[in-house]
Design a protein around this ligand. Structure first.
Ligand SMILES: [Mn+2]
Length: 407
């Protein structure tokens, strides 16, 4: 931890604000406010893949409008905007009614939207996305609008309520409509997995004692981009030695040492679709205990691949693999869920966890199988594959070797 940041000053200003606003406490949910650190996320203009089943997607959206008894829906989450319209930029919203489909964005994206979203009327705004949304809702005459409750901010919700008298908003979610992938999506995810696998093969030549974690991450990301990845699917994790106990240990300047296990969790993005893979490798000679942990996680991961199949629930798969690690006496060290859906988002529905809402996995869902063991002051192991759910045994889309690699 860098103690030179002025945390005392920040906390003092926060407390002052709480007093000034006459509040009892403050709840901060925005990442950049939790950790003052920001990253740029620009739009991506890729050619439209016309093989995606847009007709099927729009039909399901239409069914939802009728089933939820709303006049129209407002979609503001980037992944859902992309899914239903094909538009790959950001700062956009979809306003869809029973007989109209509009994509609202600004001048930076008009040309791109016209190219990528043939099924939508492109509406350009110049003085605020939500101001234009209000205008469009008013002129549509719609009174009941479905919105994405887990995405819209309180400020946006308040603005709509203030500007639109007599309009009712219904909280809906559209993420589950993306769970089952069409053939073109599976092809994109397959390609993203292949890129990650090839980058893993290449990075094995780089890992050795004295190389910093951050160099390993850089090489992985460089190889993936050279192989066609649009961007890393998430911040690359490289956690070596004792840092292996951090399930989300982003690569640091720590040097890798002989006798350490190194966990790498990374993914590529192809045509907007993500892949997700984790491998743990040994550098030099490792101990009996390290090997024992590796084997326990390896067995649990293979067991997961055996039981992930259409018809099973997200909860039962998670708990069966958890039992497997408990039988090996490592149950208490597996503190995260077994897996998650992968698609336009790196973490999406369905979940394989004790909190999963997914009663029955369906063929063509894409999920991860990623058990791990994390022991404080010792280290950890995680092995993860992205897999395609079928009626039979799941198909593994990431195919890098899983028998212990000793470098
Ligand atoms: Mn994952």
């Amino acid at each position: 931890m860098n103690t030179n940041f002025d945390f005392n000053g920040l906390i003092a200003r926060l407390c002052k604000k709480i007093s000034a606003e006459e509040g009892d406490a403050a709840s901060i949910t925005k990442d950049v406010d939790i950790i003052p650190f920001s990253g740029d996320r620009g739009g991506v203009a890729a050619p439209v893949n016309t093989n995606f089943d847009f007709n099927g997607r729009l039909a399901r959206l239409n069914d939802k409008i009728f089933a939820e008894e709303v006049d129209a829906i407002l979609i503001t989450k980037d992944a859902n905007v992309t899914y239903f319209s094909g538009f790959r930029g950001d700062s956009a919203a979809l306003f869809v009614g029973k007989n109209f489909r509009k994509l609202i964005t600004d001048g930076r994206y008009t040309e791109q939207a016209q190219r990528q979203s043939k099924n939508f009327q492109i509406v350009e705004h110049s003085d605020g996305l939500f101001k234009k949304i209000v205008d469009e809702i008013k002129s549509s005459g719609c009174h009941k609008i479905g919105v994405e409750a887990t995405v819209m901010t309180v400020a946006q919700r308040d603005y709509l309520a203030r500007e639109l008298d007599g309009v009712e908003f219904k909280s809906l979610e559209f993420d589950t409509l993306r769970q089952v992938k069409d053939a073109a999506e599976i092809e994109m995810i397959r390609k993203a997995c292949e890129i990650a696998d090839n980058a893993f093969t290449k990075v094995l030549e780089v890992i050795r004692p004295n190389v910093r974690e951050i160099e390993v991450a850089a090489e992985l990301e460089y190889f993936m981009r050279k192989l066609g990845s649009e961007r890393a699917a998430f911040d690359t994790i490289v956690a070596s030695g004792v840092r292996g106990s951090l399930p989300h240990g982003i690569a640091t300047e720590k040097k890798i040492c002989a006798g350490e296990l190194v966990t790498m969790d990374f993914g590529a993005t192809f045509r907007g679709y993500c892949s997700d893979i984790t491998r743990t490798v040994a550098v030099g000679k490792i101990s009996h205990e390290q090997k024992k942990i590796y084997n326990a996680v390896h067995d649990a991961q293979l067991y997961g691949l055996e039981i992930i199949t259409a018809g099973k629930s997200g909860k039962e798969i998670d708990s069966a693999v958890r039992d497997c690690l408990r039988d090996a006496d490592y149950g208490e060290f597996f503190m995260h869920s077994l897996g998650h859906g992968v698609g336009l988002e790196i973490h999406e529905e369905p979940r394989l966890s004790s909190l999963s809402n997914c009663e029955h996995l369906l063929p063509n869902m894409v999920v991860t199988d990623e058990p791990g063991v994390y022991i404080r002051n010792f280290g950890g192991v995680r092995i993860e594959d992205t897999v395609l759910v079928t009626d039979d045994r799941a198909e593994t889309l990431t195919r890098s070797p899983k028998t212990l690699i000793e470098l």
